[in-house]
Design a protein around this ligand. Structure first.
Ligand SMILES: [Zn+2]
Length: 346
């Protein structure tokens, strides 16, 4: 009996150990299966979000990225997708706002261009208006198609200007010419870029250097450094290059007529002060966000000490009477070089 009992206890002990081990193995296997199943589900949700984003549906994409993250909370890689998608939603809202407020210019058709006859007090100097210089990230959206000019397109346009003896001048030179202080080279033209996007530094600045052409960049001073926008270092470098004249485009790009008078003064004067503090020189030129202005806004621009301002009104002729509402020609991303050539020909 004793031997049997002893053997029995030993067998029992051995069995318990085995069962314990087995239980642990089963438990670990279950966790692994559950974990990989959840990861798989999360990956499916992420793929769904990726394809939604690809077709421009950022809002639904964001919801799917968030579901993917809550399904498998250990996926830290999704944090970037979520913050990036939020930025896209924000910029889509801004662009919808631009459509509503018509910073987008409605250019006249080529068959109905306004007269380019120059009055005695006027100079024929087309001022071109650009926004993004990059491959359109949202093809099919007409607003984005208008606002995005690809680096290749800009290259072709600058090449056209260069081979047809156009000379890109700054707004300072334009105003000196209007004052009769200097005479301009043949076929003067001004290249302006609004909003201070970083793609200007990455894609346009190298082309300006390639063609030795000057340009004006209107920056929004309180967004600088955010990934889509220029950094102060880039602005200072471009200013020092002598190729880029830096102008102000308010502190936050509001629709100025919506603000109180005090806020309007802060946006306009403030953006000038922000720039002058960093560039350590006077900033002379301003551009109205969304092309919106009022008599009070124009007076504030004047009082702040700006020499003049660019509008979004279509036109090519500049005069001293129009210093605070220079007309411009928006270069739509869908324009051919030939189309632009006809608009800038006197
Ligand atoms: Zn703008």
């Amino acid at each position: 009996m004793f031997v049997v009992n002893l053997n029995g206890r030993l067998i029992f002990r051995k069995m318990t150990k085995k069962i314990k081990l087995l239980l642990i193995i089963v438990f670990v296997a279950l966790i692994a299966v559950l974990g990989s199943w959840l990861y798989y589900q999360s990956e499916q949700l992420k793929n769904r979000a990726d394809s939604l984003l690809k077709y421009g549906n950022a809002k639904d994409a964001l919801a799917f990225y968030k579901r993917a993250q809550s399904t498998f909370p250990l996926r830290f890689d999704l944090a970037n997708n979520i913050s990036g998608t939020k930025l896209i939603i924000k910029s889509n809202q801004d662009y919808n706002r631009i459509t509503e407020l018509a910073e987008l210019q409605e250019p006249p058709p080529l068959t109905n261009l306004p007269s380019t006859i120059v009055a005695p007090n006027e100079l024929f100097i087309p001022i071109l208006m650009y926004h993004h210089i990059r491959i359109n990230p949202m093809p099919g959206n007409p607003v984005w198609a208008a606002l995005n000019v690809s680096p290749d397109q800009l290259d072709q346009q600058l090449s056209y200007l260069s081979t047809h003896n156009y000379h890109a001048i700054t707004l300072d030179e334009l105003s000196d010419a209007l004052d009769g202080k200097i005479s301009l080279p043949p076929n003067p033209i001004v290249l302006t870029f609004d909003d201070g996007y970083r793609n200007f530094y990455e894609n346009a600045f190298p082309l300006l250097k390639k063609y030795h052409m000057k340009a004006v960049q209107f920056v929004i001073t309180q967004v600088l450094g955010i990934p889509a926008y220029l950094t102060w270092d880039q602005i200072i470098e471009m200013d020092k290059s002598g190729l880029v004249e830096i102008g102000a485009h308010t502190r936050h790009h509001p629709n100025l007529p919506d603000l109180s008078q005090k806020e309007i003064v802060d946006e306009i004067k403030g953006s000038k002060l922000d720039l002058e503090k960093r560039l350590k020189k006077p900033v002379h030129w301003f551009a109205y966000p969304y092309g919106s202005y009022s008599p009070f806004i124009i007076q504030t621009v004047r009082d702040a000490g700006f020499k003049g301002a660019a509008s979004t009104v279509y036109g090519t002729n500049q005069s001293k009477d129009n210093l605070y509402l220079f007309p411009r020609i928006m270069i739509d991303g869908r324009f051919s070089v030939d189309n632009i050539a006809r608009r800038i020909k006197q």
